[in-house]
Write a protein that binds this ligand. Structure first.
Ligand SMILES: Cc1cc2nc3c(=O)[nH]c(=O)nc-3n(C[C@H](O)[C@H](O)[C@H](O)COP(=O)(O)OP(=O)(O)OC[C@H]3O[C@@H](n4cnc5c(N)ncnc54)[C@H](O)[C@@H]3O)c2cc1C
Length: 391
C-alpha cells in the first residue's frame, strides 16, 4: 500500500500549508478549538469568512453553490494541515459538515439559494436538532410535533444535547408530522430559524466545565412551508442523509495526535524515577501507540472507500469504537502520569490543563455520533453475522 501523496495532493498540501502559515498561528500544545463563548463564535465566523475569501471554504461542495468542487481527498489534506494550526474550525462544523451537504443533496433550489452561501461565508451558523430526552440512539422515536397550519407548520417539543444551539442562527429539525403513521414514516425535516418566537435555548454544563451543548424548547414555533425539506413524511430519509454526512465528516477528522502524550510519557517521573522506566507504563504506552497506528490504517481504508463513493460499511463503526476507546485510554494515562498533580486544572496544571480537559471530554466521544453499544451492535450484525437484536 502506498500512503504517499499523489503529485496533485502534494502540491495542494504545500499550497494549504503556505496559506495557513501566512494566515494562522501554529498549534501549540495548549490550543483548544472551543466554540462556546461569544468571543469564540466571533473568531469562528471571522475565520470562516477568511477561508471563504481565499477559496478554501466548501472544498467539496459543487461550484454552483459557491464551493470549490474538489474531491474528498483534498478536504482530507486540508484537515490534516489545519490540525497543525490554531484555527477555530469548530464553530462551522455542523454548518459545513452536516447542513450544507444535506441541502446540496436534498434541498430545493430556494433552500439552496437562501441557505448555502451564508454557511460558506461565515454569516450563518447551524446546529442539529435531532436528539430528544427519549430519542437518541433510537432517533426515529422523536416526539416533537409539527402540526400543519396555513402557510406553514407549528412545532412544539423538546430537543437536547444540541451542540452550538445557543449561538446558532439555524437548526436542522426532525419532527413528527403524522403520529398515526408508522414510526419512521411519520417524520418530517425542517429548517428552523433559531431566532423565531417560541425557541428557548438553555446551555448544559458539561463535565469539562464547558457549555458546548444545550436543551432546546420549542413552544408553538411557526416554520414556513418553504423550510420543509422534501415532502411531509420524508424526514427519516433526509435525516439518514445528514447522519451519513456526519459519519463521513467524523472519519475525515478522526485522528489521534500522540505527540503531547509521548512527550509527557518521556518526561514524567514516579517517585523520583522516570515513569518510562516502569514496565507497566512502557507496556501501556506501547499498546496505545500500536493501536493508534492500526487506527490510522483503518481510517485510510474507510476514507478510501468514501472517496470512491462506496460505503465503508462496518469499518466506519470499528473506527468510531476504537477511536473513542483510544482517546479515553490516552486521557487516563496522561492524567495518571502526572501523579497527584493530575488533580490540578486550568493554569495550575501541566500544559494549562489540556490533558485534564481531554481526559474528561473523552467520555463524550463514546456517545456522540453513535454510542459504543450501537457501534458494537452494528459490528456484531454486519461483521460477525450475529442475529439482529430484538426490537
Ligand atoms: C458531545 C455530544 C454532542 C452532541 N451533539 C448533538 C447535536 O448537536 N445534535 C443532536 O441532535 N444530538 C447531539 N448529541 C446527542 C447524541 O446524538 C446522543 O447522545 C446519542 O445518539 C445517544 O443518545 P442518548 O443520549 O439519548 O442515549 P440513549 O440512546 O438513551 O442511550 C443510553 C445508553 O443506552 C445504550 N443503548 C441505547 N440503545 C441501545 C441498544 N439498542 N443496545 C444496546 N445499548 C443501547 C447507549 O449506548 C447508551 O449507553 C450529542 C451528544 C454528545 C455526547
Amino acid at each position: 500500500m502506498n500512503l504517499d501523496d499523489a503529485p496533485e495532493q502534494a502540491a495542494l498540501r504545500a499550497e494549504v500549508r503556505a496559506w495557513l502559515a501566512a494566515n494562522a498561528e501554529p498549534r501549540v500544545r495548549t490550543s483548544l478549538d472551543r466554540a462556546e463563548s461569544p468571543a469564540d463564535i466571533v473568531r469562528g465566523r471571522d475565520w470562516q469568512r477568511t477561508k471563504y475569501e481565499a477559496g478554501w471554504a466548501g472544498l467539496t461542495w459543487p461550484e454552483r453553490f459557491g464551493g470549490a468542487g474538489r474531491p474528498l481527498i483534498d478536504q482530507i489534506v486540508w484537515d490534516q494541515e489545519a490540525a497543525e494550526f490554531d484555527v477555530p474550525e469548530e464553530t462551522f462544523i455542523v454548518s459545513t459538515m452536516l447542513a450544507g451537504p444535506t441541502l446540496v443533496d436534498a434541498g430545493d433550489e430556494g433552500q439552496q439559494a437562501r441557505h448555502l452561501p451564508p454557511m460558506l461565508d461565515g454569516r450563518a451558523v447551524w446546529c442539529q436538532l435531532f436528539s430528544e430526552p427519549s430519542a437518541g440512539s433510537d432517533l426515529a422515536g422523536v416526539s416533537t410535533r409539527a402540526v400543519k397550519v396555513g402557510g406553514g407548520w407549528r412545532v412544539s417539543g423538546q430537543k437536547v444535547w444540541n451542540s452550538g444551539a445557543h449561538y446558532a442562527d439555524w437548526g436542522l429539525l426532525l419532527a413528527r408530522t403524522d403520529p398515526a403513521a408508522a414510526k419512521h414514516a411519520g417524520l418530517s425535516y425542517f429548517l428552523l430559524d433559531m431566532r423565531a418566537p417560541g425557541v428557548t435555548t438553555r446551555p448544559i454544563r458539561q463535565i469539562t466545565g464547558a457549555r458546548h451543548f444545550n436543551e432546546v424548547f420549542l413552544d408553538d414555533v411557526f416554520v414556513p412551508d418553504e423550510e420543509l425539506v422534501g415532502a411531509p413524511g420524508d424526514g427519516w430519509r433526509i435525516a439518514r442523509i445528514t447522519l451519513a454526512h456526519e459519519r463521513e465528516g467524523l472519519a475525515v477528522r478522526r485522528r489521534v495526535d500522540l505527540a503531547a502524550f509521548l512527550e509527557l510519557a518521556r518526561a514524567a517521573t514516579v517517585d523520583g524515577a522516570p515513569a518510562a522506566g516502569r514496565a507497566d507504563v512502557r507496556q501501556e504506552v506501547a499498546e496505545i501507540w500500536l493501536r493508534a497506528q492500526a487506527l490510522q490504517l483503518l481510517n485510510y481504508r474507510v476514507l478510501t472507500s468514501i472517496a470512491r463513493g462506496t460505503s465503508p460499511g462496518a469499518a466506519g463503526s470499528v473506527g468510531k469504537l476504537l477511536g473513542a476507546a483510544l482517546i479515553n485510554r490516552v486521557g487516563r494515562l496522561s492524567v495518571a502520569l502526572q501523579g497527584p498533580e493530575g488533580l490540578l486544572d486550568g493554569a495550575d496544571a501541566h500544559d494549562g490543563g489540556r490533558s485534564q480537559y481531554a481526559f474528561l471530554d473523552a467520555v463524550a466521544r463514546r456517545i456522540a455520533g453513535g454510542s459504543d453499544e450501537i457501534q458494537r451492535d452494528i459490528i456484531s450484525e454486519r461483521v460477525l453475522g450475529l442475529p439482529r437484536r430484538s426490537q
